[in-house]
Design a protein around this ligand. Structure first.
Ligand code: ZN
Length: 226
């Protein structure tokens, strides 16, 4: 029996299974045989940014890695293993790095706030902050926070493109592209940060133009109006 206070999660689970079976009776049996996701999602662990729900994908359709502030660090075997499995075994066609506005990890990094153990992890985001301080320092405080959320995504896209897993895939002509997106918790909308790397040699140019052309907050307004 589940611990008191957690029963509702099992009830939710049974209700969900019933709904899925009603919609598609063979769903779980098919899934148990294999997964063939086209996409790898690298996102923040924030509970408000549930990967599958945001993009309307079912179990089996999205391979997911989440950590604090969607960081792709060269020494992080956890994230690198997910990328390797996704690219080499599952043959995902797209790797999406998705950050979000209002990210607590990014804010802590921006303000040099101490959180505890995760301070070490957030050094990766502080490095992004320091690297782009010329741009960030010229902005108003709230814009600076939003822009660092965006720049952090751009940097992580570049990091994915530098991994040996992705480079080896490209060298054997395997199609895999890397994209940078950001999610706005306050309206549920995703925005493409216009960085998509599809082959080696493209990463630097895509990175440079993305860093220059990030459009916050203008584009947010147009998204809401359309
Ligand atoms: Zn976050």
């Amino acid at each position: 029996m589940p611990v008191d206070g957690l029963n509702h999660l099992f009830e939710n689970n049974r209700r969900w299974v019933a709904q899925m079976n009603a919609r598609d009776p063979g769903f779980f049996q098919r899934l148990s045989r294999q997964q063939t996701p086209n996409y790898l999602w690298i996102g923040c662990a924030d509970s408000r940014v549930p990967a599958n729900e945001i993009v309307g994908l079912l179990p089996g359709e999205l391979f997911v890695h989440r950590n604090v502030s969607n960081v792709v660090a060269p020494e992080d075997w956890n994230c690198l293993s997910v990328i390797q499995f996704g690219v080499d075994v599952l043959k995902v066609r797209h790797i999406i790095v998705c950050g979000h506005f209002g990210c607590g990890g990014v804010q802590a990094a921006l303000e040099d706030r101490k959180l505890g153990l995760s301070d070490k992890w957030l050094q990766h985001v502080r490095d992004v902050r320091d690297k782009h301080w010329d741009q960030l320092g010229a902005l108003e405080k709230s814009d600076r926070f939003n822009r660092l959320c965006e720049l952090n995504v751009v940097e992580q896209v570049f990091n994915v493109a530098q991994t040996s897993v992705v480079r080896d895939a490209w060298s054997r002509q395997q199609e895999v592209s890397i994209h940078g997106w950001i999610y706005a918790i306050e309206n549920g909308l995703l925005r493409d940060l216009r960085i998509s790397v599809t082959r080696p040699g493209e990463a630097s140019q895509q990175y440079q133009s993305a860093v220059k052309n990030l459009a916050f907050p203008k584009e947010d307004v147009s998204v809401e109006n359309t």
